[in-house]
Write a new protein. Structure first.
Ligand code: PNS
Length: 163
């Protein structure tokens, strides 16, 4: 295998069980996995970069060959610097496809073909799950049990109380 390192990029605001499913499955396919948190987001995140990193480090602890890091700037530049030729993304529904296709093709172009994007289909139980919907439910006092890891559930509760 020419390259055994994959990057899973995302906002992770916050990490959900859907993300975790992708991390677990990617960890079975690659020798080394870097979960890369985007530092500069277009919209204001609920959780700071440090909080997002901390939550991910907690939940990725059981996987010794999964490392959590952050990046700013172009994803392909980060991936190449890490010597990773593969970016892994989860696809939940057809609605994700158009934008993800655009990003995958653009990333291939930006890297002169050096970085490929692989898609893992989200499990059916995660196909309707997103960080945004989880934040909305938590903000309105709904139950996020089973949608996010337990530690994230606690943090969401704290944030809702702070607001
Ligand atoms: O979890 P998200 O919000 O879907 O993650 C989106 C993310 C961070 C993966 C995407 O916005 C990204 O790759 N940002 C880095 C900047 C970049 O490289 N932009 C060009 C993409 S074609």
């Amino acid at each position: 295998m020419p390259n055994c390192r994959a990057v899973i990029p995302g906002s992770f605001d916050p990490v959900t069980n859907g993300h975790l499913d992708v991390v677990q499955r990617t960890a079975e396919l690659f020798e080394e996995v870097i979960v890369a948190v985007a530092a500069n987001l277009a919209k204001q995140p609920l959780f700071s970069l440090d909080e997002r990193l901390e939550m991910l480090r907690e939940v990725c602890q059981p996987y010794p060959h999964v490392r959590v890091d952050c990046f700013s700037g172009l994803l392909v530049e980060y991936a190449l610097k890490q010597n990773a030729k593969v970016v892994v993304k989860g696809l939940r529904a057809v609605s994700d496809f158009e934008f993800e296709l655009q990003m995958a093709l653009m990333n291939r172009r930006l890297s002169d073909g050096a970085v490929e994007t692989l898609f893992l289909m989200a499990g059916a139980e995660h196909s309707y799950l997103s960080s945004s919907i989880v934040k909305e439910i938590a903000r309105l006092g709904g139950n996020v049990e089973g949608l996010v890891p337990e530690s994230v559930k606690q943090r969401l509760r704290t944030k809702s109380v702070e607001d």
